[in-house]
Design a protein around this ligand. Structure first.
Ligand code: SF4
Length: 431
């Protein structure tokens, strides 16, 4: 592999002068999300009794799925309506009433709005990127079963989601109609997992698997648990954020029978940390299901140090671990929401040292072409010579560290090809 020149390295870590420095957005005084939710509910859904509002099936049945419905709830110019209608012919719309009420109707740049409402750029910039940049379909050993890493597999059990997130990596699935994986295909997946004893980790994904009925989901989990070498099950779901009513006692009670199960959810902005969403995650935790968060770095949504700090510190307060911050994938119809890798690295650097390490997610890029996830982080190692390492800390101060010499025998035994300084720095940072 070609080594990066010093100019390339400099380019990699320096922030373009034209871009807004990620830590310098104006201090935002936001209305608490649960207060906004209450006000918007009174304004747009005042005729809906609590009994319905708190019923996940009512929320699901009453999703906003057309521009016509949307225009009754939020002022849209004729031009907006025409553009949105064109967008939804390719990339449909689906928003739960609950999530819709998190939007600030007076702010066209609202971060919740950007994730939920169609934008003309989705089709205007269409064709630049790819439908399936991660080549999940190439790595599928059969329909819906992705086996990319040796010890884990991903099961796509449905393409149904309560909300269609405009930045979704699997946007290509939205056009294929609403489907749930039939029992015969699930059984074939189980045969595959059973036949490969390396598989110890099964991720149930979609769409959103928590849109399945509890009984249906249990039938899948029960089959996975029946395979001796599977150690853990993970569920990927945005339901706690967009449809928290779904996290009921019946679901949690069922999941708790098949421990260890981990939940990976998807909060992108502190305004999504409603009392309802936090209570849903708390319920999962009380049933022994650890909750991690995987967010995506999105332009105008969470691409500043201030917004990331607020999100990650809010997650920790809710006992949710900020696990990954994803660089947005190269997915067709999402170009307007992508940010540069340099900006992401500067954001993580702006957080490091200024808050607990627990609040700092691992910033990763899922490499196009099925290359898998790799972490992205600025190096704090400045130089290395004759057993002495020189570091800068988060404030830019310089510190030296005397690196012990490895025992001669160990050095011989562990002889490895020489790595260049950049690789070495990245290895140290990973430690
Ligand atoms: S919930 Fe997940 S799978 Fe569904 S649209 Fe959003 S990002 Fe995509």
């Amino acid at each position: 592999m070609a080594q990066a020149t010093s100019t390339q390295q400099k380019d990699l870590f320096e922030f373009s002068a034209e871009e807004e420095p990620p830590g310098h957005s104006a201090t935002e005084v936001e209305e608490p999300p649960s207060l906004r939710l209450l006000r918007n509910r009174q304004r747009f859904f005042s005729n809906v009794p609590d009994e319905n509002w708190n019923d996940w099936k009512w929320q699901f049945r009453n999703r906003i799925t057309s521009v016509e419905e949307l225009s009754k709830l939020t002022p849209l110019s004729i031009r907006d309506q025409v553009n949105m209608t064109l967008v939804t012919e390719k990339f449909p719309i689906s928003i739960t009433p609950f999530y819709f009420c998190l939007i600030n109707p007076d702010d066209p740049s609202d971060p919740i709005r950007k994730q939920a409402l169609p934008a003309y750029e989705e089709i205007a910039l269409s064709g630049i990127l790819s439908e399936d940049p991660l080549e999940e379909e190439r790595d599928s050993v059969m329909p819906g079963l992705v086996h990319r890493y040796p010890d884990r597999v991903l099961l796509v059990v449905t393409d149904i989601c309560p909300m269609f997130c405009r930045h979704c990596t699997r946007k290509r699935e939205w056009r294929r109609g609403r489907w749930v994986r039939p029992a015969e295909e699930i059984d074939r997946m189980m045969d595959y997992i059973r036949s490969d004893r390396r598989i110890r980790d099964v991720i149930i994904s979609g769409g959103d698997p928590l849109t399945l009925s509890t009984r249906h989901l249990e039938s899948i989990i029960q089959k996975i648990r029946g395979i001796e070498h599977v150690e853990i099950i993970r569920i990927g779901s945005r339901v706690p954020v967009v449809l928290p009513q779904r996290i009921d006692d019946e679901l949690c009670g069922m999941l708790s029978k098949y421990s260890p199960i981990w939940l990976n959810t998807h909060f992108n902005h502190a305004n999504e940390l409603t009392d309802e969403a936090k209570a849903a995650c708390e319920k999962m935790l009380r049933h022994g299901i650890p909750v991690n968060n995987q967010s995506v770095l999105l332009a105008g949504v969470n691409d500043s140090v201030e917004r990331q700090l607020k999100l990650c510190q809010g997650l920790l307060k809710a006992k949710i671990r900020p696990y990954y911050l994803f660089q947005a994938d190269e997915v067709e119809g999402t170009e307007h929401l992508r940010t540069t890798v340099e900006k992401g690295m500067r954001i993580i650097e702006g957080m490091r040292g200024h808050t607990s390490g627990l609040a700092i997610p691992t910033y990763v890029i899922d490499l196009p072409g099925g290359g898998g996830k790799v972490p992205l982080q600025t190096s704090y190692l400045i130089s290395r010579a004759e057993g002495q390492l020189v570091f800068r800390n988060y404030l830019g101060k310089i510190y030296r560290y005397h690196n012990p010499k490895p025992p001669a025998s160990a050095a011989g035994r562990n002889a490895r090809p020489r790595v260049n300084d950049l690789q070495m720095a990245l290895e140290l940072v990973a430690v």
